[in-house]
Write a protein that binds this ligand. Sequence first.
Ligand SMILES: Cc1cc2nc3c(=O)[nH]c(=O)nc-3n(C[C@H](O)[C@H](O)[C@H](O)COP(=O)(O)OP(=O)(O)OC[C@H]3O[C@@H](n4cnc5c(N)ncnc54)[C@H](O)[C@@H]3O)c2cc1C
Length: 387
Amino acid sequence: MQLPSRVDVVIVGGGVMGASTAFHLAEAGLSVALFEANELASGSTSKAAGGVRANFSDELNIALGARSLDLFSRFLERPGYEIDLHRPGYLFALTNSDDVARFEKSTELQVRLGVESRMLSAREASKISPLLSEAGVLACSFTPNDGHCTPESVVLGYARGARKFGAVVKTGVRVNGIEVADSEITSVVTSEGRVETGAVINCAGAWSPEIAKMVGLDLPVTPYRRELAITEPLGESFADLPEQFPMTIDYSTSLYWHREGKGLLMGFSDSSNPPGFELKRDPLFAEKLGSLAEKRAPRLLDLGIQSGWSGLYEVTPDHNAILGEYKTVSRFFYATGFSGHGFLQGPAIGEILRDLYLGREPSIDVAALSAERFSKPDSLRPELNIV
Ligand SMILES: Cc1cc2nc3c(=O)[nH]c(=O)nc-3n(C[C@H](O)[C@H](O)[C@H](O)COP(=O)(O)OP(=O)(O)OC[C@H]3O[C@@H](n4cnc5c(N)ncnc54)[C@H](O)[C@@H]3O)c2cc1C
């Protein structure tokens, strides 16, 4: 395989982060090589539920989500690809008063930051999300401009766009080492040979700690298996459902569901899964899903499961991304640890990494997300609106 002998920037990983970053840098005129060990989107990105939202508690996540939604909504023009974006909203159903108080606070913050967001009663919520059972629901948080789209299409759209601007996007190429002299990156060693470069951007998701170690940086990112299911097509008994309804989440159990093709996509974050890279599916998953659905959305039990898969969340101690430039080795950037909400931040993160590389001030100040925050406990910023 022919690799370029020298590029301005090497990007490690061909998920949403790597592809978006390659597009934004190549569009800005930089020579870029993206190396993906397997296939494009084959890591966590293709396993995502596709949810895109600005419904967060941390103001940086609200801003990153809102900016990404804006870019997703114009994806057909730039980079120019169909991503099947639907925006029926996000709805968090809340069943205890502490959670209601927290979401009231984050709703206020979202509104202050220009995001349309409101609290709904259980009755109002079940009207727009008809499978939701009102029993025990005290209130709901609703952001009507959120939604979902197709993760693989987003990656392919960005990769195609990047190639149009001259980027080299190579699959089946593993990055095995980074060479450094006098604290400066000189080259990247891959399974297909060496490429000279002065900069590396680590977009290797759950595998990003391995890449960071190559330059002596520790990234506290832990992989956790997460599973979801796709149901059979909705039959006659679901004819009352609207064409689209919000991505609906039972916050206390994390059970979620949204329309997917002719059926539904549903899942939950099983907190009993141990950390690790094991992807074997849980034989009890359908049963566990069923017992959560029985309480919060009993009509889900009438649907057979047609398929499903499991993938990895790349989780940090405060459920917030780790994003920035390493101080010790010049021009080593990292964007990882998105803790279950990375797909939706991909467009904004690509833009920000372009600006950090170019030494421009990014439109969103992400300094607080740097890896250094883990050495100062006061600098942690826990995100609460997680799934
Ligand atoms: C079941 C599930 C549901 C989810 N639902 C949502 C959702 O609804 N909304 C949302 O926003 N997020 C969701 N997520 C989270 C989201 O999928 C991730 O946060 C996001 O995809 C991370 O993207 P990434 O590009 O950083 O990583 P990845 O997509 O994992 O890409 C990293 C890539 O790096 C490659 N790589 C690793 N090591 C090397 C190497 N040495 N050399 C070359 N390449 C290498 C890997 O092969 C991989 O393709 C979900 C995740 C799961 C598992």
